[in-house]
Design a protein around this ligand. Structure first.
Ligand code: SAH
Ligand code: SF4
Length: 420
């Protein structure tokens, strides 16, 4: 790490999140200037040509946007002022208006809260993995694709926030550019991007694919698609679209339960695309692309961690080209649930391994700063009243009790997800 590299970013100190006021929904109109990072080189070429500017300026602008250390157009001194000023009038260099950073795990996890131009808050999490024997150093960024989420998984802080809006392409990639600048200041490079922050990426797939194209493009960010993972709660048409794209991206499916009654409650879009359809689409993805699919199980004490659940999962995935990650649930305020304790997780894993289903036990990074998806933004949305929390808990307990008796949910498919 070089100390002499100039820092152009606000100092990434560990600061309390006091500066940002709660923003459960947009508080002001959106800045209408598009984010420059959402544009492909052809659009930029067109903008320059219209103004009679030379083509080499496009490369300079792209370098400043994607490789530079600067956080504003004004700082990009490789560009003449005659270009910087009109660029700034037409485009936003960065779509976040404020950021706050919290570090934990001895600095190995950095949680970033980004305020967007309309006041909404989204999160990303930067995780540092030091080199160890047989594995190189990695720096992985977990990013958001939506502000809020329509799917409404009851154990998820984002789900409880509800859906605000889809992120623009630039709002997605600007999380990555920010992390890259932070890392560059320490002489490091971002190695992996995972769509596991706020939102359901396959319900904002056009923009997510544009963002991935920008991240892949050697003229822009230049990150290989193999280093990008998309996590989905099971949007079957979206999985099929990814399959058609070919073998590049890594697919993770948030399964959480192998039995429909329970999955209807834990992942409400299961009422639209039931577990067997989700696994069939994921299996086809693995067959067509040759890439192993990862299934995530967030383990909730006494709910989805029983021997019967392990047996159902083993039956579902036996002989598949798949890998299961077991992750104890992070505590979130509005649920009555706790994460499964280690002995029960190990027992579950043993059951799967016995059925020759590859399984790993993982831990959420940064639990003490609320690093599970959406937890920090939810904190900022203000605490629900005790009466609201009590009603939510009663509903969750009643729904999960019915599910554990094997009854399918009578609740509707969440709005914005599609009809049953
Ligand atoms: N919407 C997508 C991607 C974002 S969520 C999806 O659901 O896959 C990313 C992951 O965070 C999911 O696997 C989700 O199950 C997990 N997650 C959400 N809340 C959690 C919590 N309280 N504890 C542990 N994992 C959680
Ligand atoms: Fe949405 Fe994923 Fe959270 Fe479910 S777990 S509510 S799909 S962000």
């Amino acid at each position: 790490m070089s100390e002499s590299v100039p820092m152009t970013e606000p100092k990434p100190a560990v600061i309390p999140f006091l500066g940002l006021r709660p923003a459960p929904s947009a508080t002001r109109p959106r800045d209408e200037r598009p984010g420059i990072a959402g544009f492909d080189p052809a659009a930029l070429d067109g903008w320059l040509t219209e103004r009679g500017l030379p083509a080499y300026r496009a490369t300079q602008v792209l370098d400043a946007v994607w490789r530079g250390r600067q956080a504003t157009f004004a700082g990009v001194l490789t560009l003449p002022a005659e270009l910087r000023v009109p660029l700034d009038q037409a485009y936003r260099f960065d779509t976040a208006t404020e950021r706050e950073i919290r570090a934990t795990d001895g600095g190995l996890t950095e949680k970033v809260l980004h305020r967007l131009s309309d006041g909404l808050l989204i999160e990303s999490v930067l995780m540092h993995y030091p080199a160890r024997p047989g594995a190189r150093e990695r720096h992985t960024l977990c990013i958001s694709s939506q502000a809020g989420c329509a799917v409404g998984c009851p154990f998820c802080a984002t789900g409880e926030l509800g859906m605000e809006r889809d992120l623009e392409t630039a709002e997605i990639v600007d999380q990555v550019r920010h992390a890259a600048r932070l890392l560059a200041a320490g002489g490091k490079r971002l190695t992996n991007v995972v769509f596991m922050g706020m939102g359901e990426p396959l319900l904002n797939l056009d923009r997510v694919l544009e963002a991935i194209a920008a991240l892949n493009d050697p003229r822009r960010f230049g990150l290989g698609a193999r280093h990008i993972t998309i996590s989905t709660s099971g949007v079957v048409p979206g999985i099929r679209r990814l399959t058609a794209l070919g073998p590049q991206l890594t697919l993770a499916v948030s399964l959480h339960a192998a039995r429909n009654p329970l999955r209807d409650v834990l992942v409400p879009l299961n009422r639209r695309w039931p577990v067997e359809e989700v696994v069939a689409a994921a299996r086809e993805h693995a067959q067509v692309t040759g890439r192993r699919v990862t299934y995530e199980i967030t383990m909730i004490e006494g709910i989805n961690d029983t021997d019967a659940d392990a047996a159902a999962l083993a039956d579902l995935l036996r002989d598949d080209h798949a890998h299961v990650n077991l992750i104890p649930m992070n505590q979130v305020a509005h649920t009555p649930w706790t994460g499964t304790a280690l002995p029960a997780v190990e027992r579950f894993a043993a059951h799967l391994l016995e059925a020759r289903v590859q399984t790993t036990i993982r831990y959420n990074r940064g639990t003490e700063i609320g690093a599970a998806c959406g937890q920090l933004a939810a904190e900022h949305a203000g605490q629900p009243t005790p009466a609201v929390v009590r009603r939510r808990r009663e509903r969750i307990v009643a729904e999960s009790a019915a599910a554990l008796r094997g009854e399918r949910s009578q609740e509707p498919v969440p709005a914005g997800v599609g009809e049953r």
